[in-house]
Design a protein around this ligand. Structure first.
Ligand SMILES: NC(=O)c1ccc[n+]([C@@H]2O[C@H](COP(=O)([O-])OP(=O)(O)OC[C@H]3O[C@@H](n4cnc5c(N)ncnc54)[C@H](O)[C@@H]3O)[C@@H](O)[C@H]2O)c1
Length: 253
């Protein structure tokens, strides 16, 4: 087992990439704290892990609220006696139809609060603990939108470029302390956040158009992103830190 008795905290663990990662970490022997704003989804993931003999618990937290992240990290440490891996995954898409001059200020602030401030709050508190134990791994979920521009999606692109920048900076700061910090950058992956059928309803033909830009000519599966996440948190990537790893069917190649 890759993560026997390791303690993992996962934000946005109630759905999509976070959910599949939670299940896979538990299958590999980890004790998993599933966190989400959506209590029902998060509790359901915990129940399914427990049914299969794994160890997991749920803590509700909105990552854009610092006090809730403080509570999440403290509860994790109190419950399982430590924290080895932080998967900072919670994220929202924001508006995808408006160019920069028409972009909505409230939408921008909300996306930055969840996607960027949320990752900062999590890393800050995870690192406070990990630097004392002199070990740990953090993976922040960015996006191909953290590596390139995407028209009509300014807030999301800004928020994910910030995640890549924070990842690289923190990786350099904590490399000497035995803590590795990396980002995973998925392209279009079938989840609640990116549902090609829904996109088709408001922009017919869009799914085909997006797919044509991907050399593999298909969208990603949450399990493919989760596999990259588990690798980058495991000892199998022990010399890897500060990486922003595209998992994108060749899109950014
Ligand atoms: N699906 C894609 O195509 C894709 C591509 C690139 C990057 N990503 C990134 O992957 C991550 C996971 O997304 P997903 O595709 O699995 O989406 P998803 O919508 O299935 O899951 C996101 C989860 O985050 C939770 N969440 C939202 N706001 C939150 C908040 N403020 N605090 C705590 N939890 C919150 C949601 O309740 C949900 O359970 C996100 O950071 C997203 O930006 C997704």
């Amino acid at each position: 087992m890759l993560f026997k008795d390791k303690v993992v905290v996962i934000t946005g663990g109630g759905s999509g990439i976070g959910k599949v990662s939670a299940i896979k970490f538990a299958e590999e022997g980890a004790k998993v704290v599933v966190s989400d704003v959506n209590e029902k989804d998060g509790e359901a993931v915990v129940a399914s892990i427990q049914t299969n003999g794994g160890i997991a618990s749920f803590v509700k937290a909105d990552v854009s609220k610092y006090e809730e992240v403080v509570h999440l990290i403290q509860t994790t440490i109190d419950t399982y006696g430590g924290l080895d891996i932080g998967l900072n995954n919670a994220g929202i898409g924001g508006n995808v139809t408006l160019k920069t001059a028409d972009a909505d200020v409230k939408d921008f602030d909300k996306v930055m609060a969840v996607n960027t401030s949320g990752v900062f709050y999590c890393m800050k508190l995870q690192l406070k603990h990990m630097q004392q134990q002199k070990s740990g791994a953090i993976v922040n979920i960015a996006s191909i939108a953290g590596l390139r521009g995407l028209p009509n999606n300014l807030a999301y692109v800004a928020s994910k470029h910030a995640v890549v920048g924070m990842t690289k900076t923190a990786a350099m700061e904590y490399a000497k302390h035995g803590i590795r910090i990396n980002a995973v950058c998925p392209a279009f992956t079938k989840t609640q956040l990116f549902n090609p059928e829904l996109y088709e309803q408001f922009a017919p033909g869009i799914a085909d158009k997006l797919m044509k830009n991907i050399p593999m000519r298909r969208f990603g599966e949450a399990s493919e992103i989760a596999d990259a996440i588990l690798w980058i948190c495991s000892e199998r990537s022990s010399f890897v830190t500060g990486l922003a790893l595209p998992v994108d069917g060749g899109l950014t190649a």
